[in-house]
Design a protein around this ligand. Sequence first.
Ligand SMILES: C=C(OP(=O)(O)O)C(=O)O
Ligand SMILES: [Mg+2]
Length: 549
Amino acid sequence: MAALQLTGVGVSPGRASGPVVRVAEPLGEPSAVPAPTDAEAEAGRIAPAAAAVADRLNAKAATVEGDSRAVLETTAAMAMDPALAKQAAKLVRERALPAPRAVFEAANVFAASLEAAGGYLAERAQDVRDVRDRIVAELLGIDPPGVPELAGPSVLVARDLAPADTAGLDPAKVLALVTEEGGPTSHTAILARSLGIPAVVAVRGVLALEAEGLIVDGATGSVEVPDGPVEVVAAAVQAEPEWDGVGRTSDGQRVKIIANVGSAEDAATSVAAGAEGVGLFRTEFCYLSATTEPSVEAQRAAYAKVLSPFQGKPVVVRTLDAGADKPLPFLTPEDEPNPALGVRGLRIGREQQGVLDRQLEAIAAAATDSGAEVSVMAPMVATAEEAAWFAERVRAAGLPRAGVMIEIPAAALSAKEILAEVDFVSLGTNDLAQYVFAADRMLGALASLNDPWQPALLRLIALVGEAGIALGKPVGVCGEAAADPALGCVLVGLGVTSLSMNAAALARVGSTLGGVTADACREAARAALAAKDPAHAREAARAALGTVS
Ligand SMILES: C=C(OP(=O)(O)O)C(=O)O
Ligand SMILES: [Mg+2]
């Protein structure tokens, strides 16, 4: 029995329970006031705090092996760097700064000089900032920010997680993830699904809970505080429906069922799950923590690793989609008031054409190395002119097929003109919903507006489907909408020719589609378009499809 139950939005299925580990909030800048009354004593606090941080990191290093051990030991050595402590102590004495502020400023100077040096050294700048935050937290007597090293299987509770933090989670240790904020199409949710970690977002009140353990259901969105001690239970592996790996309706209309990937691990899992190819390779996921632009050679190697399992199969590589909740430190402008509406996606490529051209060069080389049938597409395209410009860059790089994402309402409304410029389009329903409803996809409070069953969103998708049929060109969906089996059938009824999703959803979507006719899909689409709200759209579509769950 549950002593207390909260409900959020389930974004990654699976039921698990275990002890809670809380992720500390970002620190922010420590204050430069008040000046210490005894500067010498204040300066003297710095070296012991750094030593305490290093001791803790070394103790953790002793409990793990391999890469994790090496990373922890290197970080501990950085914390012990006498130059940092010395410089910070100097700032306390000369500028009467409190010790946390002095460490913050001294570390920032070190990080900036590493960045200016470029190459390998620049990549260490982020590590210096990590050490900085740990020493500052030690001096302030609070937990260091970010995901703590987990001693055993745990349920992580956070306000929200950055995509880079989520990507680094170990599914063997993280039983489930619960966040107070976050929407169903946020990148944290997308990454949790791809890692197979049960997750519930937008759980109002979870941060205020004092619970030692939680029972989490990532399908229903329920988060329960158990009555007694919590049992450690990992989510059971879900039984997969039968699917022969070929996407088609029961009467033989072909629809490619393909995968969304962001790493070599995703690629391997997707092949094992029967993906016919890749509909979205999010290249920015390879560089969430990179502080400098990776070289063409480094990009070539990284992309080839993801492409190789798909030799002879179609793969759509998306050029860097930096911005909003996926800032890439080397690309994204820092001071935009409204990053989701800012210079992101292809807009950065237009401002920094060299970065785009070098990425295209690396993709072309990786295509040759891997033997995959590579197409390239651009994110965040608004106009036919942008689509034409991108297609021209792609062809100049010697790549045979260029497409663009339709994720801005203006692009959906110009689908015919855009399709005239490119070989295919792919609907990014996550961003399309966010921009149609003016509802931030990362905000749990607006999750219902970001529901992909919203009839207004479906009506825009219908325009794109019609344009694809009129011009005889492929229209894919690679947003999260494609991973919902019933909605996948509706999308096919709207004229969509491929559905791209996380590996775990492939068999369910493939087998559901294989159980319905193309006519039933069209009927379900008509019913959903005419509905007054998402609940009625879902209900009407399911009724038209018959037995689909
Ligand atoms: C697939 C999409 O791209 P991303 O989720 O990476 O923004 C989308 O917006 O639907
Ligand atoms: Mg998008």
